[in-house]
Structure formats: structure tokens, C-alpha cells
Design a protein around this ligand. Sequence first.
Ligand SMILES: Cc1ncc(COP(=O)(O)O)c(C=O)c1O
Length: 487
Amino acid sequence: MKNVIPILEPIVSPWMEYVVNDFQLQKDLLDTYDSPLNIHHLQSFEANIEEYVSFFKQYNFRSKIFYARKANKCSSLASAAFKSGIGVDTASYAELKQCLDVQINAEDLVLTAAIKNTKLLRLAIQHEVLIIIDNRDEAKLIYNICQEEDKQANVGLRISGFEFDNKKLRSRFGFDIDQVEDFILQFFDSKNVQKYMNFTGFHYHLDGYDTRQRGAALHQTLDLIETLKKHHFNASFIDIGGGILINYLKSKEQWDLFQDELKKAVLGNRDPITYNNNGLGFIARDNKVEGKLATYPYYNEMPKINFIKSVLEVKNEENISVFKRLEEMDIELRLEPGRSLLDQVGITMAKVAHRKQDANGNNLIGLEMNMTQMTSSSADFLLDPIVTYSRPSENKNEVEVYFTGAYCLERDFILKRKITLPKLPEIGDIVTFVNTGGYMMHFFETEAHLFELSQNIFAHKISAQTKASDFFRDEKNLESMRDKKTV
Ligand SMILES: Cc1ncc(COP(=O)(O)O)c(C=O)c1O
């Protein structure tokens, strides 16, 4: 049975349109920087920051945003976040060191690394960067280093295990909320610990995208703060981490249809729409589909500030909303958005190396890139890529293709989805994956086979007049700081 391959049209910003409509610009860029290449648009990043900042201005509670730089490794973005007036959340020694090297103020940094060794903690303590403590061992290590350095550390505690719908939201991170009060009362009991460690607030980051869960966690943390106040422990902030939704796709109908067709394919009721009929989380059992789509919710109707607004409006049993309690208790709300600040900020371009057909007649388009340069924890990146043809008007015949990569793995498919194109690409044509700035381009990138890591370039503005020479390499950001002898 041959059916139409469902399409998933991405939201494409005007700056991305300029790039994909200009084959010569793309070619010049790939000739200069090699394939694949990650392009970033700083104006879009700044606009995302501004959206959050102006949103919080309508409320009467204090707030502070830290850009979670783990979502994209470029230092230019960390610098731009700081220049736009927000802080940076760091998750490793190199992330923190680089931020300090580019002169980001210590009070605009937070260290949330999952694993913190002595070297990393010492750096944070020496520079008075707020450390979010994950566990008792870490707390003791911080105390020891503070004594050695004779410095006081600002610390917050990461917590988890909130209750939601009569179940515990389990996590490997942080102190269990039911045990953290005892820990605080015991650990900070001594004058000496208080001399070296200044407890300032709480932190959590929840998986999933349920705004009611986030709201419930905030209420439970506010309750905890009220209890601790009676023991003279004053928390001044709650940092709710990141995980704020963004919407990648234009159409709900396309999103729903895609899932319906995928289920049909998994049941064998239509031709596959993924390589080897991968169910992306759906499986067939007894002629029924089980499981869930194991991808990011690429289409959703609660992106960014809509998501936060919904969290802030969650009410507790006394019918008081989160934002009212933050206001009344004078608690600062902190946020660590990564992906959502990178919405519409980056694209990844790669050159077509070859075309071939496998034994089943599938068209395989070999790209000069590998799967790790387009990978996140999502089972697939469900956005149609855009092909820029050197000869767009010749031999127009729709084709269905898969994109394959350079690793010696049968599974090196850049996308698992089959894609319909207006015509077969030629060698040297350029494929662009849009909105890859958050996680897709860097998070799992490896250098197997000694392939070099892809380069990252930036422009502040991009228009129809933009030339290859208007872009700068991310590393230039650090080099220019070095030239100014600030590193
Ligand atoms: C502690 C913490 N903060 C912030 C983030 C950023 O989340 P996102 O990029 O989804 O906004 C993460 C992501 O894993 C995280 O673990």
C-alpha cells in the first residue's frame, strides 16, 4: 500500500528564509567553514530574552533569569545573555571558567553541575558563585574547601520528590523534599558551618512538561520555606530550572496526522514513514498500538511565557496562586531556560555528498555530517528539513528520501523519518535543518573517525544583503576577550 508521506512544516524565521533562499551564501559559508555548519542569529536570542524579561515586569514578585548554556556550547551566547542583563547557569568546570573569563559577574552565575569535583567547587568558591548543592557529600566537600580557602560560599539546595496526584515525582537529583528540612536543621546547626556556608534558597528542575506539576512543586517549596522560617532559616529564592516548552511546528493537523500515520505504519496498515518502520516509541502488539511517541512534543500550544503564566496561576488548597504567594512571601523566582531562549536562534547546514538506493528501493541521500550532529534525547527530530538546490528548476520530480551520515554505523540516519522533496538533490546541494540551536547541534556531538567538530558561526542581523564575511566564528568571541587581555 503506497500512501502519502505526512509532512511536518517547521516554523521558519525570516532570517532563516534569507539563508536558505541564497544558495551562493550557503555555498560560500560551507566553502569557508566546512560541512556541517551551525549558524546562529543573535538578534533572535536577544528577542527571546526580552520576551521573558518584559513578561515578568507585569508581576510584583522579584525574578531573575539564568540562561542554561548546556543547551548550546557557544560562548557568544553566554556573553550575549549577560549583555542583555540576564545571568548564566553553568553545568561544568569549562562552562563556568569560560563565563568567568568573559567577565560575567559572579552574582549573575549559578553552578548547577550534576557532578561537582574539588576543582570545580574551588573555582566557584574562589569567585563567590552561587552553588546549588545536590547531596550531603557535596555539602561536606564545600565546607572543607571553604575552610581551606577561608571563604564563605553562597549555596542553595536542590530538592526533588514532590507529591503530585498522590504520587511522588522521583528524581536522581537533589535532596528528597521530605528529608531536606532535617538535613538543613542538622547540617547548618553549627556556627562554623554558618560562617562558611550561606544558605540562600532552593532549586529544582522537573522532567516533563506538566505545568500543574511545576505549580505543585512551587507550592510545596513555598510551604517548606514557611516551615524553615520558624527555625530562622530564610530562603530568598526558588529556582525552578528550565524545561519550558517551545513550539517548532506550524500545524496541529500535520502533527496529529503524522502520529495517526505512524501508528498505521507500525501496524502494517500502510507503507513505512520511518526507516525500518521505527515506531519512535509506538509498538504493535496483538494488532493494537501500544506505547507513546518518544519524542519532544514538537507541536504544542503552550510555549514560553504561556507555559510560565500557567505555572504561576496554579493554586494551592487555600486557593492562593503561586504568583500571589511569591509576592506576599517576597521570594525571588529564578528560571534557567536553555532550549526556550534558543528558539529560532540556530540552523545546521550540510552538503549532499552522494545519492543512492538501498535494496528496498529507498533513496538514501548521504550528507557531509553525522548523526551526533543532529541528536537529542528525543527519538527523532520531527521537522522537515529544507533543501536548497543549485539548479532549482531542472528535473522537478517529487522523491521520498532518507538522509544518512558519515559514521560507520547502519543506524547513522540523520533523521529516522522519510522526507518528501520536490526533486532529487544533486551533489553539492545543501540541506538545512532549522531550529537546531537548543540541544540538537551540540549535546551529543562526537569526534569518532577523527571527524572534526562542526564550526559555529554568528551574525547579529541577517538580511537578503548578508554576505559570508558578515559572520564570525564563536571562538572569535573568546579570542577577542583575550586580545583585550581580560582572560
Ligand atoms: C538544572 C537544569 N537547569 C536548566 C536546564 C535547561 O532546561 P531547558 O533547556 O529544557 O530549558 C536543565 C536541563 O536539563 C537542567 O537540568
